[in-house]
Design a protein around this ligand. Sequence first.
Ligand SMILES: Cc1cc2nc3c(=O)[nH]c(=O)nc-3n(C[C@H](O)[C@H](O)[C@H](O)COP(=O)(O)O)c2cc1C
Length: 421
Amino acid sequence: MEDYHTRTKHSYASIRNNPNYLDWEKQPPVFKNYDDFISMIKLDDSLALHRLIYRIGGITAKKVYPSNAYYLRTIPSAGALYPVEFYFQCRDVEGFDDGIYHFDVKNSAVKLLHRIEAQEGVEVYFEDRRKIKGFLFLLSTIYYRSSWKYRNRAFRYCLLDAGHGLGTLEASMYLEEMACNIRYRFDKETLNKQFGFGDKEFFLSCVVAGAPKSDHAEFLDLNLADINPKIERNLLIEEAYHYSCKVQNCKTNKRFESFNYDKKRFEEVIYQRRSIREFTKQSISKASFEVILENINKAIISDCDEQVNIYYVVNRVRDMQKGLYLEEKLLKEGDFSVQAGYLCLEQALGRDSAVTFFLTTNALQYQCAYQKAGHIGQRLYLSCEYLHIGCSGIGAYYDDEVLAFLDCSEEKVLYALAIGT
Ligand SMILES: Cc1cc2nc3c(=O)[nH]c(=O)nc-3n(C[C@H](O)[C@H](O)[C@H](O)COP(=O)(O)O)c2cc1C
């Protein structure tokens, strides 16, 4: 993955030498729509399990421009391109036939694509093949929705967006008192084939929301048709996906740490979350910032829990020294706001924030580390929104200059985020 990551770094020169011209005619649709399905259930917000699904990625705002309109969702997405799709399998869940469903975001509905027989299930592609009673969510990415605009770097954004999806699943499940159990170790390549994805759409992760039964799934006979529109292929991204798909030698984390939000308010926060576009440069309190740090650092249950380092530049937090910190330790003291803005590809967000974060890793499991960074990003968004503090993800930064500033040249920069008011 060194190769993919190195080849997709931004630098001062690369931005100026390779300007990105967009061909709007080529923009692919941002919604996937199955015409061929067994049944469709419109999500009804009076039902808890329907709300659980809606909160994961449903539409929460509409922007209308003279030439077009687009929809914003519970999850943020680089460029509002939403490459992530959500599927789930249900077994023994009241109100749902046992089977495999697609979350049809455009129609606020779920579509049953395939009924499963008693011994059938996607669990057959997991290390532990025990059948899950409950939900098994699967997150995929249609990479061309993002590579159409962001070219080779798009795979990074797809992984971050999927990580945000894991974060909304976690938040949505928290409201139903369910623990979010993330799985990366499953046979994604075979599942891609069973779902008819071709090389256009790829599974990235799974969330188990249920309990294992004593018997195993024995087969899956799905073989869905490929309904994705034709894409302009990006071989660097396809190679990066396949190369990083097999997940091995990882540390599992089984420790569960819950949040301490007022649930009624937190549900509103999930629907209200938006990215801040501009800061007014006011300071935030140290107490608020400490709560935010506590929330983003809570343990994540996962079968491949890679280390993600959280560096942050404090620009405007009352009663805190300005400077660069790592895990609450002050590494360098000083006002680095201008530098932080420059590092985020000269975006004012990085400069005018109360705090600008840089998430890094030297982990080997690229897909897991990147999605974890996105997951932490979603926790940051929601924790900030809860405290009436703004937040924005920043996928564009000068990679090597960030590493030099942080003094960690062996690592990879996964994500930047800015928070403030
Ligand atoms: C991975 C990622 C990278 C992003 N990068 C930037 C960025 O570099 N600059 C920026 O202004 N916004 C950035 N955003 C914010 C998106 O533009 C925003 O999420 C999208 O327009 C949808 O709006 P919403 O978050 O308000 O729903 C990013 C968001 C994500 C998830």
